[in-house]
Design a protein around this ligand. Sequence first.
Ligand code: GAR
Length: 197
Amino acid sequence: MKRVAILISGGGSNMLALVRDMGQGAHPCTPVLVASNDPAAAGLARASALGIPTAAVDHRPFGRDRAAFEAALLEPILAARPDILCLAGFMRILTPAFIRRFEGRMLNIHPSLLPKYPGLHTHQRALDAGDTEAGCTVHEVTAELDAGPILGQARVPVLPGDTADTLAARVLVQEHRLYPAVLRRFALGETVPLMLA
Ligand code: GAR
C-alpha cells in the first residue's frame, strides 16, 4: 500500500476526489496526510471530517524565506512517511531542494493542457488565445514550473460565451476524473500517459 500525502491551498476538491477514490476497494494507495500552507483552507476541515490527519503551516510568517517555510512544512510530511506526494491546488512554488527530496514521487494537477499555459490564469489565457479546447494535466513535479513529464490529460471544449469561470468549472469536473485515475496508475508503476477525451 502506497502512503499518499496531499498538499492543498484552498477548497480541496481535487484532494477530496483523490481521497474518495482511495476509499474504493482494491486501491493501491491510502491517504496519510492533508497539509496546507493556509490554516483557513476549507479543504483541511473536509479532510478532518473524513478522519484524515491534517497539518497547517502558514507560509506568511516566513516572508520570502521559502527554505524556512519548507523546513516547517517538511516536519509533518516526513512524520507521515509518504511514498507519494500529490499537489492538489497547492499554490506555493517549491524550491528545487524540496522537489529533489521527492523526485519521481511528486505529482501535480494543473488546469491547462500543458505545455500550454504554465503558471496562473490558465483559463483566461486559453480564452484570449481563441483556443477551441482546454483541459487539465497531471504531471510529475520537477524543478521547472509545470514542466515535468506528463502523466495524463483530459480535454474539454471551449464553448461560445465561456468566461474564465465557466471554463474553469468545466475543466474542474475533468480534474476530478483525471487525477484519481492517474494516481492509481502511477502507484502501480504505469508511466504511459493517460489521455482522456
Ligand atoms: C484546481 O483547478 C487546480 O488545477 C488548480 O487549482 C485548483 C484547486 O482547486 N491548481 C493550480 O492552479 C496549480 N498551479 P481545488 O482546491 O478545489 O482542488
